[in-house]
Design a protein around this ligand. Structure first.
Ligand code: M6R
Length: 370
């Protein structure tokens, strides 16, 4: 069933262009407006929403963090992202105008299920983003928007992540549409950007595998890895770190690049691999130069620097030992491509170490205990 691939993870990584395209499919009217009738929450209810809380665990929570940047920017309502297992025990503030979005690939994660039950008891509406038809989380939610990534078998989540981002973006854009928070044309432009992503993901898969492999070879014996990013690059850094700890058993930490000087830079020593997600340079992005200076800082201390950067970003070359190139795209779309080389890196490292890529030790595909 691996269809010729050496692991499910490898197969699923390569299915990401399709997962994104399929999750976009059928969610628009003939005239191009978003249509989320399948969600079966009244437009009136959507209009009344003044806060969103995302509950999820692991990779699904990182997808939620990415979506927070986009939804707050588009809809101008606050979005909190909470690890489901922390949520219920801190007396969260919820009411009928709070939309709780529960993100789960499997739909069976007990922590997320318990959190959503709590939210519903408090009178909030729960909308699930889920990849598994008929699973418990969508059944217990008020509504569901399915991701169409297809079955994900490998324990390490890959294609579900990009599909979750798409689904959460669709919810954000739909809210912007019904609340009138954006012009129709603005929404359409973003939808066009989304539609362009499968080809860009494919391009990364087609062109970056070799660079990733050589980074994996160079760093396979490293004791630890650091990942840094800012803005949407921050959750992507954490997701890259999670992949590497999960399947290559390398000690990793992902953090916000701005935090470097507040402590983590003490970890950087000669030969320490540091992966840095560099935001697009275009549009006079102030964060670009800030992230470049973070690379410079760690490199000055002897780090082996791996950058994920936009094609054409010549400034990066002089700072990075190796670059994984991302096709040009708007910042909010960049997580969909930036995560790809990080998934490949984890997989290549696990392969070099002779580990079981699809079934890492101590982990199960869905965590059905609290
Ligand atoms: O099935 P879910 O999306 O609810 O699972 C949540 C996490 O357990 C899951 O993403 C986990 O972190 C993955 N193994 C990460 O690769």
């Amino acid at each position: 069933e691996k269809g010729g691939w050496d692991s499910f993870m490898n197969k699923e990584i390569h299915e990401q262009p399709q997962a994104v395209a399929d999750t976009l499919l059928g969610r628009f009217n003939l005239d191009g407006d978003l249509n989320l009738d399948e969600v079966r929450i009244d437009e009136e209810v959507f209009r009344s929403i003044d806060k969103i809380i995302v509950i999820a665990c692991g990779t699904a929570a990182y997808a939620g963090m990415v979506a927070k940047y986009a939804i707050e920017h588009w809809v101008r309502i606050p979005v909190e992202v909470e690890l489901a297992h922390e949520f219920r025990y801190r007396d969260p503030i919820l009411n009928s105008r709070t939309l709780v979005i529960a993100i789960s690939q499997s739909g069976e994660t007990m922590d997320t299920l318990m959190a959503l039950r709590h939210a519903r008891e408090q009178g909030s509406r729960v909308l699930a983003i889920c990849n598994t038809q008929g699973s418990t989380i969508p059944r217990e939610s008020d509504a569901v928007l399915y991701t169409h990534a297809g079955p994900e078998i490998a324990v390490a989540s890959t294609k579900a992540f990009v599909a979750q981002i798409i689904a959460a973006y669709l919810i954000g854009l739909y809210l912007a549409q019904v609340k009138g928070a954006m012009y129709r044309d603005e929404i359409r432009d973003i939808v066009d950007d989304l539609r362009a992503m499968p080809a860009k993901i494919q391009r990364v898969l087609d062109t970056q595998a070799e660079a990733v492999e050589s980074a994996a070879q160079a760093m396979v014996d490293a004791q630890s890895f650091l990942f840094l990013g800012r803005h949407v690059g921050y959750p992507v850094a954490m997701e890259g770190a999670l992949k590497l700890k999960e399947i290559a058993y390398t000690f990793t930490e992902g953090f916000a690049a701005g935090e470097l000087k507040h402590g983590p830079i003490a970890l950087v020593d000669s030969g320490e691999p540091v992966v840095v997600i560099v935001p697009p340079a275009r549009g006079r992005n102030v964060l670009h130069s800030k992230v470049l200076s973070a690379i410079e800082e760690v490199r000055a201390r002897g780090a082996y620097t791996i950058a994920v950067a936009e094609e054409g970003d010549e400034d990066v070359r002089e700072y990075a030992d190796i670059v994984f190139w991302r096709p040009q795209c708007p910042t909010l779309m960049s997580p969909l491509v930036d995560v790809i080389p990080l998934q490949l890196l984890a997989m290549d490292m696990a392969k070099l170490k002779g580990l079981d890529i699809d079934k890492p030790r101590n982990l199960a595909k869905s965590v059905t205990v609290e």
